[in-house]
Design a binder for this molecule. Structure first.
Ligand SMILES: [Zn+2]
Length: 225
C-alpha cells in the first residue's frame, strides 16, 4: 500500500454525497461491457430511467461503482476517441448515481485547487478540484458533473471542512449529457491540469493512471457495511 493509500484508509466518516443517506441505501451498479442491459439505452434519459428502476428494485437511493471499469458508453464521444490515439474506455474514478440537485460534500478538509466548466458531449461539465494535505502527503479530489451554480461564485483557495457542501449535482443539460451522477476521483499528482483531469484511460496508460489515482473506496468505504 502506498503512503497515500494508507492515509485514505485511515480516514473516518468521509462522504461525498448527501450525508443523510446511509451506506445501507447504496447499491453497486455494473456499467461494464458485460452488462448487456445497457445495449438498448440510447441517451441520458434512458440511462436515468434504467438506474431509477434499478434503485427502486433494490430499495436503494444511490447506485455506485466504476473504478477500473471497462465501458462501452464512451464510444459516442470524440473526446475519448481522438484521431491517432488509443481509445479511452476504462473508468478510473468512482461514479455515484443519484438525482440532480443532490448536495456534494467535501469528504476531507481541503481548499479549492481549481475549477472549470468542461463543456462537450461526454465531458465533466462543471468540475471542482480540491487539494488536501494529511501527514505531509499532498493529494487532490475531483468532483465532476456538478451544477453551474456550484462554480458560479467559487474562488481558488476557498477552504472547505470535511462534510461541508461544495456544490450540487447537475443534470444532462450541463453535465456532458449523462444521467445525473457525481464522478469522484482521487489524484495524487495533478501535473499541469487545472479544473480538469482525465477520468477515463486507455489500456496502455492504465497502470500509470491507477498509480496516481487510488481507489476512491479506500476513502469512502462504501462496501464495509
Ligand atoms: Zn465517472
Amino acid at each position: 500500500m502506498t503512503p497515500l493509500e494508507t492515509i485514505l484508509k485511515a480516514q473516518k466518516n468521509s462522504k461525498v454525497i448527501d450525508a443523510s443517506i446511509p451506506y445501507q441505501l447504496y447499491q453497486p451498479l455494473d456499467l461494464s461491457i458485460s452488462n448487456t442491459d445497457l445495449l438498448v439505452l440510447k441517451n441520458a434519459d434512458e440511462y436515468e430511467e434504467y438506474i431509477n428502476t434499478y434503485l427502486k428494485q433494490k430499495n436503494a437511493k444511490v447506485a455506485f461503482g466504476g473504478y477500473k471499469e471497462f465501458r462501452n458508453l464512451y464510444k459516442r464521444s470524440s473526446i475519448f476517441n481522438e484521431l491517432d490515439l488509443e481509445e479511452r474506455n476504462i473508468h478510473i474514478g468512482m461514479d455515484l448515481w443519484i438525482k440532480e440537485g443532490t448536495p456534494v460534500l467535501a469528504p476531507l478538509d481541503g481548499t479549492v485547487h481549481s475549477f472549470d466548466y468542461n463543456v462537450g458531449l461526454g465531458n465533466y461539465g462543471p468540475t471542482i478540484i480540491l487539494k488536501h494535505e494529511i501527514d505531509d502527503i499532498n493529494f487532490h479530489t475531483l468532483y465532476g458533473h456538478l451544477s453551474i451554480e456550484s462554480i458560479e461564485t467559487l474562488k481558488i483557495g476557498t477552504e472547505f471542512k470535511s462534510g461541508e457542501p461544495i456544490g450540487t449535482l447537475g443534470d444532462a443539460s450541463v453535465n456532458g449529457d449523462y444521467a445525473p451522477h457525481l464522478h469522484f476521483q482521487i489524484i495524487e499528482d495533478m501535473g499541469d491540469y487545472f479544473g480538469d483531469y482525465p477520468g477515463v484511460s486507455s489500456q496502455n496508460d492504465l497502470d500509470s493512471y491507477l498509480q496516481n489515482c487510488p481507489d476512491p473506496n479506500l476513502l469512502l468505504k462504501i462496501n464495509e457495511l
